[in-house]
Each structure stands twice: as C-alpha cells, then as structure tokens.
Design a protein around this ligand. Structure first.
Ligand code: ZN
Length: 269
C-alpha cells in the first residue's frame, strides 16, 4: 500500500484547496501521516486524522520552533488523548543546525543555548513517545559550520535507549546511516533522491535493508522530479518509490508494498 510517512497537509499551504488534495489521496487509496511542527499545526494534524480514515497524525514541536513557543508536554498529551489511535508518533523533533541564524535571531543567547534547548525538547519528545507507546519522528539537519546534528541525535537516542522511530528526510553520511539502522531506526527518503546530485542518498539506498526504508514527501516541500518548482503533495510519493525501485532493481509496486508495510509496522497503522 502506498503510504506517505511524512507530510504536512495540516500546514497553511493547503488552506485554499485542502479538500481537493485530500480527495486525491482518497482516490489513490493511500495512507498519509501528517506531522505537527508546533502546537497549532499538531492540533490541525489531529483534526485531519480524526476526519479522514486514511490519515494519521504526529504531534510535536520542530527544532526550529523551540524559541517560538514552549514545549508543554501536557498540551501534547491532551492531543494524543483526543486523537486516540490516530496519533501514531511524537515529532517532528531533533536538531536543526542549518537554521541557527534564524533561531538565534529569535532570542537564543548563543549557539550552545540553541543546542541545549533543542536537546531538552528532543528528550521531552522521547518521554512523550515512551509514555504513549508511540514512534518517534526525528528531524536532523546539519549547518555549514555545524556538521554534528546527526551525531547529536544519535548520542541522545543511545543515552535514552530509544530505538523506535524514523530519521525523516535523512541527510547524514553513509556511516551515520549505518549507525541509525543498526540502532533499529528506519530512514525516510524524500523526493530529493529524484534530483540529488551528490549521490550519498543513492549509495545508502543501495545497501539499506528493505525493511528499514520508508518513503515520504515532506509536502508541501521537496517536490520530486518531474514536478520540481511546484507545491508537493502526498500523491507524489510514488516518484520516490519509482527512483528507489530503479536503484534496487525492483518494481515500483514492490517498493510501494514493502515501504507501506514498514510504515504499518513502525506506526501501527
Ligand atoms: Zn517535515
């Protein structure tokens, strides 16, 4: 089954035509997990999940937003209670060192201050996942001068002995990919593999165990070829499956079946 394991139909990019986008997902018969990035968008993800049988939600505060609002775990507990079985993950949470300048401009005292805050909030998401038996959706992004986001994530996961989750839109090195897979994590692949010139992702796709692979759009972002430049949507996750199928010498339908089952297993859909 086609599953987009990471989308944001809850974002305002879909305010004008959400019904139509959701309708196209329904027509395909796919499942979609919409991911919260702050309290309001987590709330919208839950509402969407409650109104659509094939949509699910993750609730969390994105690392770029940790100085925009406080992560109050009781608020998120409330959303999990409200959403019941339709809330399948905590996140997205993790470390983002790419957006450090913007985060610093929001009132953080120093780079270390940002890192400390992101780590504190990340650990709270792990606590939330632990308490509610949820998967963890992890966001990692390195900065030009701060290349250790994935190493910091790995350190915290090890320290917390937390093994259930996905490194969404994985952008680390091959050796880091190996670390996360060995730790039990899934890696999420986006439309980037359809236009990536560096080739690290392709190398990872060549060896990653099929049962550790998820596909995602990160819609409205990261639109794959041949739709580059337009807003992304869950239906386009098929292009990610096509590219992976090419690399692995499988059919697109096989990759859709395998990654769909992986999502069902991880998120208990
Ligand atoms: Zn995302």
């Amino acid at each position: 089954m086609l599953v987009d394991s990471h989308a944001h139909l809850n974002f305002k990019a879909y305010n004008d035509d959400r019904e139509e986008v959701v309708g196209r997902c329904r027509q395909i018969g796919m499942k979609v997990i919409n991911i919260g990035a702050a309290l309001a968008s987590s709330q919208s993800a839950v509402d969407l999940a409650l109104s659509e049988p094939e949509m699910y939600a993750a609730v969390g505060l994105h690392p770029i937003h940790v100085f925009d609002e406080q992560f109050k775990i009781s608020d998120y507990q409330g959303l999990i209670k409200k959403g019941g079985a339709k809330v399948v993950a905590a996140g997205e949470s993790g470390f983002d060192y790419h957006h450090l300048p913007e985060i610093l401009a929001k009132g953080a005292a120093s780079v270390d201050d940002v890192k400390k805050k992101q780590e504190e909030v990340f650990r709270q998401h792990i606590a939330l996942a632990r308490e509610n038996n949820l998967a963890l959706v992890v966001h990692g992004r390195n900065g030009k001068d701060e290349p250790a986001a994935y190493q910091d994530i790995y350190r915290v996961l090890k320290d917390e002995s937390w093994t259930s989750g996905v490194m969404h839109c994985f952008g680390g090195s091959e050796s880091e990919a190996k670390q996360f897979v060995e730790h039990g994590f899934y890696l999420g692949f986006t439309g980037i593999i359809t236009f990536d010139k560096i080739g690290v992702l392709e190398e990872i796709v060549k060896w990653i165990p099929l049962e550790k692979m998820l596909i995602e759009t990160d819609a409205p972002y990261l639109t794959p070829e041949p739709h580059r430049g337009k807003r992304n949507e869950p239906a386009h996750v098929r292009y990610v499956a096509e590219k992976i199928a090419q690399i692995r010498g499988k059919t697109t339908e096989e990759i859709i079946a395998i990654t769909g089952q992986n999502a069902i297993n991880l998120f208990k859909l």
